[in-house]
Design a protein around this ligand. Structure first.
Ligand SMILES: C[S@@+](CC[C@H](N)C(=O)[O-])C[C@H]1O[C@@H](n2cnc3c(N)ncnc32)[C@H](O)[C@@H]1O
Length: 187
């Protein structure tokens, strides 16, 4: 048995959760790798909403999805994910956040404690009962570490009668591999 690295683990959870025709949100589109993965999982009848504040990320992902033939099932939105409820009027089966900044670009354009907490709360509001929110968290830099602490504090205090929360983390590595938080809305 092989222990899965964070991003891989986030994909495993969503593979188990999603189905053909599912609704899902990619809250941080970036280079579009996760968006493409989600679009494949939900099939032609499914819907993906992808958010990113950077035009570059939206354009790059659009190109990627055109090539793979998945663009039709994806709505790409250049907006702050805090506002996701303004763009989505249905319940969703899954939500993915891959926090931090876009590798190879401006590190100052990054998720922050304030915006992430607001977006997580907004996301939980539109999550269907039985749905999951998966958050990939990078703690290798100070801002990411603080963001992780704030998220942990928030999620630890979620009512266990409404949510089950899991924290997946390697604890003895030389570097800081990504951590994963899974919030399942109880059905
Ligand atoms: C680590 S990258 C995401 C990687 C991506 N999922 C992929 O597969 O390539 C994080 C992304 O979050 C975006 N971002 C940062 N703050 C945001 C916010 N408030 N709302 C939406 N996107 C945001 C950044 O622009 C960046 O592209």
């Amino acid at each position: 048995m092989r222990l899965q690295q964070g991003v891989e683990y986030s994909h495993s959870i969503l593979t188990e959760q999603l189905f053909e025709g599912a609704n899902v949100v990619d809250a941080t589109v970036g280079n579009g790798n996760d968006t493409e993965f989600l679009a494949k999982l939900v099939g032609a009848e499914g819907q993906v909403w992808g958010f990113d504040i950077q035009k570059q990320a939206i354009e790059r992902t659009k190109g990627k999805l055109m090539k793979s033939g998945f663009l039709e099932r994806v709505t790409l939105i250049q907006a702050d994910h805090q506002k996701l409820a303004q763009y989505i009027s249905e319940e969703v089966d899954g939500i993915l956040f891959n926090l931090g900044y876009l590798p190879g670009t401006d590190k100052d354009i990054t998720t922050t404690i304030k915006t992430t907490l607001r977006a997580v709360k907004a996301g939980l509001d539109i999550l269907v009962k039985g749905g999951v929110m998966v958050i990939v968290i990078y703690t290798g830099h100070q801002a990411g570490k603080e963001e992780a602490e704030a998220l942990l504090q928030y999620a630890t205090n979620l009512n266990y009668k409404e949510y089950n929360v899991l924290h997946y983390q390697f604890i003895n590595q030389a570097s800081k591999p990504p951590e994963v938080m899974v919030i399942k809305k109880r059905g």
